[in-house]
Design a protein around this ligand. Structure first.
Ligand code: HEC
Ligand code: HEC
Length: 403
């Protein structure tokens, strides 16, 4: 009898936990945020069943490996978004770098589009169904004088960033300028294809892309080789557009539906939750603020009004202002939209505990190396960091690891 009671008790616990996990999966853990720890790659809390289905449908497209018949390539970097955005779960970043090349002629930046730049596609379709021609992966041409690596960044929480009005970033830049301490960032005004005008860029290492929908189409074309209504022309292999006559699929590869689904998925992807706080990490956050890291790595932003309740006037903690800052020697030399070679977007620090390589090219393997590579507008904060006592530096690192 006693054993029977224990078994029933255990089964009930299992059922209750299952119900909570189910509920989490089905409706975005509405009302039970505290009981089920949120895992990276999960959806925003409080979504409706319809929004949850659209997240799930978009996730399938994000995981989809495109093939020759779908229109893959002819030159491409990987077949699926998750080939590069997978750590520690779909929607994350990875240590996968891509290569960009360019040059400067008489001081004027040239992305070498005529030779396949600035983004190099390191794969090409060969054989396989529909291929009538062997395409070659691109290489860095001799004309390139700027060759840089770019690391794949995590996408968790970017729907909140997308849902933040341009005015928030414009105001932040004005406040930084008014401080007059040499740490003033600026917005990267960039072509918004859907709006038909320039709006505030916020995505990418140079804040060169204004919206998630534009990034979806851009990445589908430039990383995977899938054309869609906003990005209708295939990448010319190594700049040779004549070679496109051999492309196995000449029609538009995606009618816009994959772009829309992938956008929904990214829009509804939750921000990383915080790791556990310790006395050191709490002390470290105060140091982070007092030595000026938070001037660029801004802790708190708020979205505007939004038709999706979970994105409507929500406060979030990206530890970024999404503005361009002159980073001196840390700049990668590329110009994208209005950015100069030295300017980089403040990298958000949320979810940093899941990241293993740091900075735009992944050159830093420790947080200490990432911090000491800061230069330009961040040189003063960097010096204040190196002047800290070893115990204070350890507290600051403990804080970064709690993000
Ligand atoms: C070959 C690797 C690769 C593939 C495949 C790839 N990405 Fe990325 N992704 C990157 C890199 C590298 C960056 C940084 C871009 C830059 O240079 O600014 C990035 C950045 C992004 C960003 C901006 C993140 C931020 O912090 O602002 C979004 C959004 C994004 N990717 C979406 C996608 C989507 C959607 C797909 C699939 C259609 C995709 N990516 C496929 C490598 C990849
Ligand atoms: C002037 C603005 C600015 C200040 C001040 C600043 N940062 Fe940064 N931070 C950036 C930019 C921009 C990047 C991206 C640089 C790159 O990779 O090219 C970055 C990147 C980082 C990264 C790497 C993140 C990643 O995922 O690769 C860490 C860690 C970091 N900062 C910590 C700090 C700390 C700690 C301080 C204070 C000592 C600080 N930053 C001060 C602008 C700033």
């Amino acid at each position: 009898m006693r054993r029977f009671t224990i078994v029933v008790f255990c089964i009930s616990i299992a059922l209750v936990s299952y119900a909570q996990v189910r509920r989490h999966a089905v409706d975005g853990n509405a009302g039970i945020t505290q009981t089920v720890p949120q895992f990276p790659g999960s959806l925003l809390a409080g979504l409706t069943p319809a929004q949850t289905s659209s997240f799930n449908a978009g996730r399938v497209q994000f995981l989809r490996a495109w093939n020759n018949i779908d229109g893959l390539g002819p030159v491409f970097n990987e077949r699926a978004c998750t080939d590069c955005h997978n750590a520690p779960a779909a929607g994350g970043g990875s240590a996968r770098n891509v290569t960009r090349f360019a040059t400067r002629v008489g001081g004027v930046f040239d992305p070498l589009t005529s030779l396949g730049g600035s983004l190099l596609q390191d794969h090409a379709i060969t054989g396989g169904p529909g291929a009538q021609h062997t395409f070659l992966p691109e290489h860095v041409p001799a004309q390139a004088t700027i060759v840089v690596q770019r690391r794949s960044t995590p996408l968790f929480g970017l729907g909140l960033v997308d849902a933040t009005p341009d005015s928030v970033f414009v105001t932040l830049a004005a406040l930084q300028a008014a401080r007059g301490d040499g740490v003033a960032g600026r917005v990267n005004m960039t072509d918004n294809l859907r709006a038909g005008t320039k709006t505030v860029g916020r995505f990418g290492w140079k804040a060169q892309v204004p919206t998630l929908v534009q990034f979806s189409g851009d990445a589908l074309l430039n990383e995977v080789g899938i054309t869609s209504p906003d990005f209708p022309s295939e990448n010319c292999p190594q700049g040779n557009c004549a070679e496109l006559v051999f492309s196995p699929v000449s029609a538009m590869n995606d009618d816009g539906s994959a772009v829309a689904m992938i956008t929904n998925y990214m829009m509804l992807l939750a921000a990383p939750n915080r790791g556990p706080s310790t006395p050191d990490s709490i002390a470290g956050e105060q140091i982070f603020e007092s030595i000026g890291c938070s001037e660029c790595h801004v802790s708190t932003l708020t979205t505007g009004s939004n038709a999706i309740a979970s994105l409507d006037r929500k406060t979030y903690h990206p530890y970024s202002d999404f503005l361009l800052h002159d980073m001196g020697t840390l700049g990668d030399g590329l110009e994208m939209a209005s950015s100069t070679g030295a300017e980089m977007r403040t990298e958000p620090l949320w979810g940093l505990r899941f990241v293993t390589r740091y900075l735009h090219d992944g050159r830093a393997t420790t947080l200490e190396d990432a911090i000491t590579a800061h230069d330009g507008q961040a040189a003063a904060a960097k010096s204040r960091y190196t002047a800290l006592a070893a115990s204070e530096r350890a507290q600051l690192i403990a804080f970064l690891r709690s993000l």
